[in-house]
Ligand binder design. Structure first.
Ligand code: NAD
Ligand code: GLY
Length: 371
């Protein structure tokens, strides 16, 4: 059944719509045309995604009378570096673009972050549209305007806040996504319930498997609810000066695990976030802020989905706490050496602890690694 629903990210003159459902790739030309100052688009994609979805996107742009060129990059996180960024912008410039040319990011978070940063910088800023093709990109990275690339010193250290003009989340493309990538995106969906919407988490407890089994209605509801929450948070704090940091729930712990495992396929970002959220619940319970009961409930839900919930499961049993704390102290939220953590008071209610108690954190991590 064809069903498309709309949301708006309310950012004044930079406001934009998110369309969720299907078919959207086939309608992309029709949706994008009214936003265009010039009927010229450059599509950026990766080889895997292009194999599946570039042809229908091209057809759709042609049918709307939009001229188009495509740049196809190798898939994977390694593409989000300065080298590929340089090649990408050089190639786009050889096409002969003007300020009215629009970029279309067709892919997951890697393509979206890279294309968004290219749009932010080419000719000092041209428009771009996100067509996210992973679950993670549909519920998180395509919305909110964080764009950027990695450097040798760390992830996303060069970038810009630069909003897309439109997001087209075509849920039908998720059928070709490997299950592991799908579950990694599911972890980010669970995150929204845990930080701000207990009823959504309870709904996921009942219906989550329908989401990752790609049942139309459940999937669309999960993507819409996630995007609506992200849109509301971004509208209130676009540049992460306050509440937007809640979206990093599970990420400070998770980032340490990703750094240790090399930011690659050994541990996907969403898997690290799942385990990071469990650690945040356990640590909150240890501090007497949250309850062990909630922590157990969250662990059970993520484990039932097939996501990692313990350090031993990802081969990090026995890792020294100081090693993890070393990574955590390089987090972008660190101020004057103080580690900030997003912690839960209960399911659906998270807050920012600006200065985590380091001694307790160290002993907590040692125990978590010991089991
Ligand atoms: P990804 O873009 O690397 O995609 C994962 C894999 O799935 C790739 O191999 C890709 O080719 C393949 N793929 C994508 N769509 C497919 C489809 N429909 N069918 C088959 N294969 C498909 O990874 P991701 O998880 O989407 O994004 C991770 C990136 O997002 C990281 O770089 C992370 O830093 C970034 N991120 C950014 C934000 C933000 O707010 N900007 C938020 C979260 C994550
Ligand atoms: N993914 C976190 C954010 O967009 O702020």
């Amino acid at each position: 059944m064809d069903t498309i629903e709309k949301l708006r990210v309310e950012l004044g003159e930079r406001a934009y719509e998110i369309l969720v459902g299907s078919p959207l790739i086939e309608r992309a030309g029709h949706e994008i045309l009214p936003l265009m100052r010039r009927r010229q688009a450059v599509i950026v994609s990766d080889e895997t995604v292009a194999r599946h979805y570039l042809a229908p996107l091209r057809d759709s742009l042609s049918a709307a009378g939009i001229s188009h060129h495509a740049v196809v990059l190798p898939p994977g996180e390694a593409t989000k570096d300065l080298d590929h960024f340089g090649k990408l912008v050089e190639e786009i410039l050889t096409v002969g673009i003007e300020r009215g040319t629009l970029l279309v990011a067709l892919g997951g978070g890697v393509v979206g972050d890279l294309t968004g940063f290219a749009a932010a910088t080419l000719l000092r800023g041209i428009d771009f549209v996100q067509i996210p093709t992973t679950l993670l990109a549909q519920v998180d990275s395509s919305v909110g305007g964080k764009t950027g690339i990695n450097t040798r010193g760390g992830k996303n250290l060069i970038g810009a806040f630069y909003q897309p003009r439109l997001v087209l989340a075509d849920t039908s493309v998720l059928c070709s996504l490997p299950r592991r990538e799908l579950l990694a995106g599911y972890a980010e969906i669970v995150k929204y319930g845990l930080i701000r919407d207990a009823d959504f988490f309870f709904w996921l407890e009942a219906k989550g498997s329908s989401v990752y089994e790609l049942a139309d209605n459940a999937l669309r509801r999960a993507v819409l609810t996630s995007c609506a929450m992200k849109a509301a948070i971004v509208a209130g704090d676009e540049r992460e000066e306050g509440e937007r940091a809640l979206l990093n729930f599970g990420h400070t712990f998770g980032h340490a695990l990703e750094a240790e495992t090399g930011f690659g396929s050994r541990l996907l970002h969403g898997e690290a976030v799942a385990l990071g959220m469990v650690l945040a619940f356990d640590f909150a319970a240890r501090l007497g802020i949250g309850s062990g009961q909630d922590a157990g409930r969250v662990r059970r839900h993520l484990a039932a989905a097939g996501l990692p919930t313990g350090l031993a499961e990802i081969g990090l049993a026995g890792i020294p706490a100081d090693r993890l704390m070393g990574y955590m102290s390089k987090d972008k939220k660190v101020r004057d050496g103080r580690i900030a953590l997003i912690l839960p008071r209960r399911i659906g209610d998270a807050f920012i602890m600006h200065e985590a108690p380091l001694g307790l954190l160290r002993s907590f991590l040692s125990e978590a690694a010991a089991v």
